[in-house]
Design a protein around this ligand. Structure first.
Ligand code: ASP
Length: 365
């Protein structure tokens, strides 16, 4: 009898894998569809908010910004369209902006009162809630890629200063001398701002080109020296959202000041449970209100539509605190929003199958 029992057991043990295989083969197509529902990608980006007015904007300046925004949007859309991740689309766009002196990120970043370029950036993955951020970097060409390396290759969330640059070098990211970030336009903005505040003007940084004989033309609105941060939120075909932000901070910032952009929950936040947000404006207010997380909390816990949540935080809480700036946001179900209480925000958006929208002033849709 024990031999028979043993044989039955052996047979069922042999049979078991075949049954599993058969079940798997029959159910696999359904399982695959259940795991990868088709999501329509969507993307929203900003290139900073501030006093941006038609009256003081030169047509060629406006055209340059619109061209940069629309080309960046197309580059990000192409990544998402071929099935790339929201993180890849964000990094692709922000690297472009970091190379473009029009924007206050990477080359073209504003100067501190001491005459340095100190860069901040952050990225967050809504699928995993993993995040990476850096502040005060001076030698890493693409701070957004460094933020991503912090997220993916270090056990930490936020690195600052020389340590962050050292980690970038260790990870093989492109390093540049700090003078690479120098632009005449931003230097002259610093000089103007320091004069206005009655602060001493530092010597031109080592490695900067000699001062031009005639002052360079202002290429944007008078107050725009304050802003020009870049940010992107994206939804990919796998249904995951993410957010990224990169900035030089505020002109004439002092004493190692850190803004909201690299602070998770303030200037940058993403969770598949609610939304992804990137902010721009005077960072001190965004930090105090936890703006990015606040928008997502209204979506997550109050069930608000995204646009309403963004407006509530920007036109409600931020304005009440006399803060200035705006946000872009996206949800996993494809809602897109922007909201700002300044006269303009460089911005663009597109959803799969839809037309690209590029806008600058507050009276545009
Ligand atoms: N939010 C940035 C900061 O305070 C600046 C900006 O968005 O223009 O550092």
């Amino acid at each position: 009898a024990s031999a028979t029992i043993l044989k039955v057991e052996v047979d069922s043990v042999r049979l078991f894998p075949s049954v599993i295989c058969l079940a798997f083969l029959l159910l696999a197509p359904f399982a695959a569809t259940a795991q990868q529902p088709a999501h329509h990608w969507a993307i929203v980006l900003h290139g900073g908010a501030g006093v941006i007015e038609r009256a003081s904007m030169k047509p060629e300046t406006e055209a340059a910004y619109r061209k940069a925004l629309s080309e960046a949007l197309a580059a990000g859309a192409a990544v998402l369209d071929r099935g790339g991740s929201s993180l890849d689309a964000i990094e692709t766009i922000i690297r472009r902006f970091e190379d473009d002196p029009l924007f206050n990120a990477g080359k073209g970043a504003v100067f501190t009162a001491e005459g340095r370029n100190e860069l901040d950036a952050a990225i967050m993955d809504g699928a995993t809630l993993e995040a990476g951020a850096v502040s005060g970097v001076t030698r890493t060409k693409h701070p957004i890629s460094l933020a991503r390396a912090v997220m993916e290759k270090s056990p930490h969330v936020m690195l600052e200063g020389p340590g962050a640059d050292a980690f970038a070098a260790k990870e093989g990211l492109e390093m540049v001398p700090s003078s690479y970030f120098f632009t005449e336009r931003r230097w002259q903005s610093l000089v103007r701002e320091l004069k206005k505040e009655g602060l001493p003007i530092p010597p031109r940084p080592a490695g900067a080109p000699p001062a031009p004989a005639t002052p360079v033309a202002q290429i944007d609105a008078p107050d725009a020296h304050k802003f020009g941060t870049v940010g992107v939120v994206a939804l990919d075909k796998a249904g995951n959202i993410a957010a990224g932000t990169s900035t030089g901070g505020l002109t004439a910032k002092q004493w190692g000041r850190v803004g909201d952009s690299p602070i998770i929950g303030a200037g940058t936040y993403a969770s598949n449970k609610s939304c992804a947000v990137s902010g721009t404006g005077t960072g001190e207010y965004f930090i105090r209100l936890g703006v990015a997380r606040e928008v997502c909390n209204l979506v997550q816990f109050k069930g608000m539509p995204l646009q309403k949540a963004a407006d509530e935080v920007i036109h409600g809480e931020l304005t009440a605190l006399h803060g200035d700036g705006g946000v872009i946001a996206i949800t996993p179900d494809g809602q897109m929003a922007w909201s700002f209480n300044t006269s303009g925000m460089y911005r663009a958006r597109q959803a799969e199958g839809g037309k690209p929208v590029v806008a600058v002033y507050d009276d545009e849709p």
